[in-house]
Design a protein around this ligand. Structure first.
Ligand SMILES: N[C@@H](CCC(=O)N[C@@H](CS)C(=O)NCC(=O)O)C(=O)O
Length: 198
């Protein structure tokens, strides 16, 4: 059984979406986390080593970090076809985008949000929002999804940024149309219904 440790309207929300896309048999354990506004606190029942979400529990193992959870789940449940598996020609592209998301997109957008996007050391190491935006738009120009023809877990990660702050993603119709296409998916509608604690 898969158990997702989840706090409403957080980075774990996108994993309810992914689990719905995968047709997974799963439970949601609602936990509290410290919020930016000072409310909330770490929850003793959350197994994440830092009390964060998402955390996924499966067969006695705890998996953390969004890109790792995405890869774990799409490898575990390949039938839905939304995470190219080993042997698929798109596997390299899939891994590239998952790791680029975790290693570059999230840091760059976070630094930018914090007003640090002009820091020379950060720019040299990660590049900045213009480069991230260009990579996304170049991929979507060959779309309709980041990996091309097929919707994947990468799209869930990217769209979750748009749900948090549309302005963090490139402006324009290409991105707007892409977000609309992803946001209309029935699995997301089902996930949104489960996001808040019952
Ligand atoms: N790199 C982690 C980040 C997880 C993260 O920062 N989650 C936030 C919620 S969006 C959290 O749990 N914050 C509570 C805290 O910082 O203690 C991932 O992508 O899974």
């Amino acid at each position: 059984m898969l158990k997702l440790f989840h706090a409403p309207m957080s980075r774990s929300s996108r994993f309810i979406w992914l689990l719905e896309e995968l047709g997974a048999d799963y439970t949601v354990e609602y936990v509290t986390i410290p919020r930016m506004d000072g409310s909330g606190q770490a929850d003793a029942k959350n197994p994440h080593p830092e009390g964060k979400v998402p955390a996924l529990e499966h067969d006695g193992m705890v998996i953390t970090e969004s890109a790792a959870i995405a890869l774990y789940l799409t490898d575990l449940l390949p039938a839905a076809g939304i995470g190219p598996v080993v042997g698929d020609v798109r596997r390299g592209d899939y891994l590239t985008w998952l790791f680029y998301y975790a290693g570059v997109i999230e840091p760059v957008l976070t630094f930018s949000f914090l007003g640090l996007a002009d820091n020379p050391g950060l720019l040299r190491t990660f590049r900045g929002p213009p480069e991230v935006h260009k990579r996304l738009l170049d991929a979507l120009a060959n779309g309709p999804y980041v990996l091309g023809d097929n919707f994947s877990a990468v799209d869930i990660l990217v769209c979750s940024i748009g749900a948090w702050a549309r302005s963090a993603l490139p402006p324009g119709d290409l991105m707007d149309d892409y977000l609309k296409r992803c946001n209309e998916r029935p699995a997301l509608q089902r996930a949104q219904a489960r996001d808040a604690a019952p």
